[in-house]
Design a protein around this ligand. Sequence first.
Ligand SMILES: Nc1ncnc2c1ncn2[C@@H]1O[C@H](COP(=O)(O)OP(=O)(O)OP(=O)(O)O)[C@@H](O)[C@H]1O
Ligand SMILES: [Mg+2]
Length: 227
Amino acid sequence: MKSVPRGFFITGTDTGVGKTLVAAALTRAFVARGLRCAVMKPVAAGGSRTPAGFRNDDALELLAASNVQAPYEHVNPWLLAMPASPHLAARMDGVTIGIPRILAARDRLAAAADVLIVEGAGGWEAPISATGTMADIAASLELPVVLVVGLRLGCLNHALLTREAIRARGLPFTGWIANKLDREMPLLRENIQTLTTRFGADPLAVVPVDPTDSAWAVAGAGNLLSH
Ligand SMILES: Nc1ncnc2c1ncn2[C@@H]1O[C@H](COP(=O)(O)OP(=O)(O)OP(=O)(O)O)[C@@H](O)[C@H]1O
Ligand SMILES: [Mg+2]
């Protein structure tokens, strides 16, 4: 029987809240535990020209952390030229983002992995087409969701709304990760406590400002596996 890898869909309270930083660090922590950890950025908007072709930075960062060799196209099946909302970037490219290509890539990666880490684009309901959003991709992948909360003013509202939207989709919510994105944020501890109370769960990990060690990611990876 084919073994199915554990997998997690990493979403965030917004764009730029630390999804890639967290996803790459968790990947390195899984690799350090001796697991084969594959990575995916199913939809990416924006990139740069490299000798190997047009590439997205998030996908490359995830790939660099992974120990599962894979063609770029499996890690990032949809790469759009313009750094904009995926549905608009896709329109500019004259393409329609389809989920079957993502599922086919996932199957190829999953065959060689113990754990699969998938990073969303933008936030939970970031549009990917005229009617679809990133949430449709998470639902199609049938993965439990991890929410990265970028701790800055407004994040409580974003975090609670996102939690509700994940619940409405009926997807398992593995937990949340508190990312100390803004070193100036007043009442950081109180904000983390507020979400701990409202989510009814401690964060899986707390990412320090400018993380220099991996202790938080090692702890986070352990917590993910024990779920
Ligand atoms: N804890 C932190 N301390 C300092 N800088 C951080 C921290 N977390 C994230 N950053 C920085 O914030 C920026 C955004 O982080 P990151 O790229 O991981 O966000 P993202 O959610 O993946 O964004 P996108 O929506 O573009 O994929 C990066 O420059 C990253 O290095
Ligand atoms: Mg990212």
